[in-house]
Design a protein. Structure first.
Length: 132
């Protein structure tokens, strides 16, 4: 799918959210500025969360109070193969909510990922998004 604006990407993500259920883990791959946080905002809105959604680059994890809860990870600052248990990746706890993971390539184990979103920058405003 090709999107021509941030608004189109956001609206798609809101609709995509309706396919998610507790325990799902959404991995988002893309370069800096590709739109991972825009997609996270759209998914959160689609799940009914009305608060502020920003990339948790410095804290690594934001937990948004919602039903189901939303766990928003940004792993950019971690080294590859990092032990994610240290940053809140307890599978039993995460199973209660929906996890959004930016920079999943930093994870040592991606076996729990249920949805993979790949974002390719085509131009300043165009993005190609594929979902696996």
């Amino acid at each position: 799918m090709i999107f021509y604006s941030e608004e189109e990407t956001y609206n798609w993500a809101k609709e995509f959210a309706s396919t998610l259920k507790p325990g799902d883990m959404v991995a988002m791959y893309g370069n800096l500025g590709a739109g991972k946080t825009v997609i996270s905002r759209g998914i959160c809105a689609g799940l009914g969360f009305s608060g502020t959604v920003c990339s948790p680059t410095y804290t690594i994890l934001h937990e948004y109070p919602n039903d189901p809860p939303i766990f928003h990870f940004d792993l950019y600052r971690l080294e590859g193969g990092a032990d994610l248990g240290e940053v809140g990746m307890d599978p039993d706890y995460l199973a209660k909510g929906i996890s959004l993971i930016e920079w999943p390539e930093r994870m040592d184990d991606t076996s729990g990922i249920t949805h993979t979103i790949r974002i390719q920058i085509l131009s300043e405003t165009e993005r190609e998004i594929t979902v696996e």
